[in-house]
Design a protein around this ligand. Structure first.
Ligand SMILES: C[S@@+](CC[C@H](N)C(=O)[O-])C[C@H]1O[C@@H](n2cnc3c(N)ncnc32)[C@H](O)[C@@H]1O
Length: 270
């Protein structure tokens, strides 16, 4: 879970799907600056890190060849990954639902001198023509915050050209069985891996202010396949021994024993 702010109540509970997506959009708008001040240095303004484990696209090359390709970043946040891809010669479009996060992207554009084309949209309704994208990806964008992420996969399948690639990183589903704690306390399972009840934060008025949705590995696979995509790999990055960075419940203590991230690599048939 990425949230660190004070709330009236936080835990696992059912949440209305529309309320949750509305709340998440507002949360990212309101917390964009705080999120970037906490994680911006680790992410870098024009770097492409897939996850808190530190895996970089420069080393992993999960997107394949990007030079000259039309690349879409879904749930791009401040578009750090897209900015790195511009340097690799990709024709990038970064999209996000949050105006607050996209404003941070413009700030980083100005700081780096690398301007990324941005579009504000919901990942469940991409404002793009069919089959116009060579590669789509997200590093923790959109999917964890949606009760109906199957619609994101369907939209990506629609905009990908035949053979185009879709790579998405999410919190490793097994982490949902463990407390969100980077110390030894976080090494004992306290919940069922199979319990799909969302994580919700509720404000003083009893309204949801933030929500995340759990899918098992099998759930993710089924959603990708249902969109008509072909799954090629599930990458589980290992914690590098020289990475001392703690990000929420991620850190070197747990990283030695448990996966924190799952990266699914799929492609459109044809
Ligand atoms: C953890 S950030 C990922 C961005 C970047 N990779 C990072 O690590 O900062 C999650 C992003 O997903 C975006 N997001 C959430 N729901 C979305 C939706 N329905 N459509 C598009 N983007 C969404 C948020 O606005 C936020 O910028």
């Amino acid at each position: 879970m990425v949230h660190t702010g004070a709330v009236e109540w936080a835990g696992y509970d059912d949440v209305d799907a529309r309320e949750a997506t509305r709340a998440n959009r507002a949360w990212w708008d309101a917390n964009a600056e705080e999120y970037l001040s906490e994680h911006g240095e680790f992410l870098g303004p024009a770097d492409f890190r897939w996850c808190p484990e530190g895996l970089r696209e420069a080393d992993a090359r999960l997107l394949g060849e990007v030079a000259g390709r039309r690349v879409l970043e879904v749930g791009a946040g401040a578009a750090q990954c897209s900015r790195w891809l511009v340097g690799e010669g990709a024709h990038v479009l970064a999209m996000d639902v949050s105006a607050g996060m996209l404003a941070r992207a413009r700030t980083l554009d100005a700081a780096t001198g690398v301007r990324v084309p941005l579009v504000q949209a919901d990942a469940r309704a991409l404002p793009l023509d069919d089959a116009c994208v060579d590669v789509a990806f997200t590093a923790f964008g959109a999917i964890p915050f949606l009760p109906d992420a199957d619609r994101v996969h369907a939209e990506v399948a629609r905009v990908l050209r035949p053979g185009g690639r879709w790579v998405f990183a999410v919190v490793h589903p097994v982490r949902w069985a463990f407390p969100d704690d980077p110390t030894e306390e976080g090494l004992t399972a306290t919940r069922s891996y199979f319990d799909r009840t969302p994580y919700v934060e509720v404000d003083a008025e009893g309204e949801p202010g933030y929500a995340e949705f759990h899918r098992t590995i099998g759930d993710h696979v089924r959603e990708v396949v249902a969109a008509g995509l072909v799954l090629d790999d599930v990458v589980e990055p290992e914690w590098s021994p020289d990475n001392e960075h703690v990000w929420g419940g991620w850190g070197p203590v747990r990283g030695r024993y448990l996966p924190g991230t799952a990266i699914f690599r799929a492609h459109a048939p044809g």
